[in-house]
Design a binder for this molecule. Structure first.
Ligand SMILES: *[C@@H]1O[C@H](CO)[C@@H](O)[C@H](O)[C@H]1NC(C)=O
Length: 360
């Protein structure tokens, strides 16, 4: 019906043109304009009433329809992208007879959430493992809400950070344990799968696509060392050099005691910029750290160690006494200063830590 109304509209506007082309009295033209206006309004009114009628007639999909749609969507994409409307339609809806595991995230680049990417990759591994497992069925689905697509969902769930993993059980609302504690247990795919296994009766066997980059790096490293040894095969004295071994050992100790391994596993941000433009280089609690913080710790540790070495050399070497005295004083100053600094950083992280030296 609306189709024929459209046809009429076009016909008459041609007609109007024809009238004008024929040079008929301008009054006639005006009356056609009026006619067209009335026609447009009536067509518009019909449309509006139809849309209203539709929205009244439009029914909420039944549980069976929703389940079918969800299976269809997760077959195409193991993690279903949800905005506010879809979230209300599929996740918040009741009744449900399926569990939903939702990741709240912020992947757009201006949000600067590096950890969200990693969390997404791990979540993807779990969702793929489930999607392609033989147990795959319609009682567990994976979804994600990006902050820029569904800020209302974050608000509804009372979450203001990302990434967050929430399990929506088959019945009722998520409880406290349905929000995964990534601060404590991290978000490796295996951890997520185990957590889902505890919340539902679905055990997902995680299948990680093989990653050869570590192996390749190791092979390249050994090849380089081999090449170096081969080139210097006539002069291998450096292998018996205590200092070079000492430096190598110190480097490993510095890397390991400054939290590089933690960075590798948790993937923290490089530093933190507050909305007001302040920059934090040191995380304010002992439960976290920034990448730049670990570099600061390396430098401070190295300075303390350098001071210690100077002190040791001053005592052990048999050189010029004046030079040794200077070395001892510089060494002592380095140790005292940088040790105090590292203590005060520690105090700022572990609140209530009682010890300090030189400055607070
Ligand atoms: C959930 O209910 C729908 C509709 O009754 C049904 O098709 C589906 O198989 C049910 N799912 C499970 C896991 O029982």
């Amino acid at each position: 019906m609306s189709g024929s109304a459209f046809a009429m509209l076009t016909c008459c506007s041609h007609f109007g043109k024809m009238v004008r082309l024929a040079g008929v009295d301008i009054k006639i033209n005006m009356s056609y304009k009026l006619f067209r206006l009335i026609l447009i309004i009536s067509v518009f009114a019909t449309f509006v009433s139809q849309i209203n009628g539709n929205s009244k007639k439009k029914e909420v999909p039944t549980l069976g329809e929703r389940v079918l749609q969800l299976v269809d969507m997760s077959t195409k994409r193991p993690i279903i992208r949800l905005n506010g409307d879809k979230f209300r339609q599929y996740v918040k809806a009741s009744p449900r007879n399926y569990s939903f595991v939702i990741m709240l995230t912020a992947l757009s680049s201006q949000r600067q959430c590096a950890i969200c990417r990693q969390a997404h990759d791990e979540f993807q591994i779990v969702a793929n493992s489930w999607r392609y497992s033989q147990l795959f069925s319609n009682h567990l689905f994976f979804g994600m809400v990006d902050f820029d697509e569904g800020p209302d969902v974050f608000q509804y769930l009372g979450q203001n950070s990302a990434p967050v993993f929430i399990h929506f059980p088959e019945k009722g609302k998520p409880k406290k344990a349905d929000v995964m504690d990534i601060q404590r247990i991290g978000f490796a795919a295996e951890t997520i799968a185990r957590w889902i296994g505890e919340r539902t009766d679905t055990q997902i066997r995680v299948f990680r696509p093989p990653n050869y980059s570590g192996t390749i790096a190791l092979v390249i490293l050994f090849a380089l060392i081999g090449a170096l040894l081969y080139m210097r095969r006539n002069n291998l004295d450096f292998l018996y050099n205590k200092t070079s071994w000492g430096i190598a050992a110190l480097c490993i100790v510095f890397a390991m005691t400054s939290g590089q391994m933690w960075n590798h596993i948790r993937g923290p941000p490089f530093m933190h910029r507050t909305p007001r433009g302040n920059v934090a280089y040191v995380h304010g609690s002992s439960g976290g750290q920034f990448i730049v913080e670990t570099y600061i710790v390396i430098v401070l540790n190295a300075a303390v160690v350098f001071g210690m070495i100077l002190l040791n050399e001053a005592a052990a070497s048999k050189g010029d006494p004046r030079k040794r005295k200077i070395m001892a004083v510089v060494g002592l100053a380095l140790v005292a200063f940088f040790f105090s600094l590292i203590l005060s950083i520690f105090r700022s992280k572990a609140h209530g830590y009682p010890y300090s030296f030189l400055f607070k």
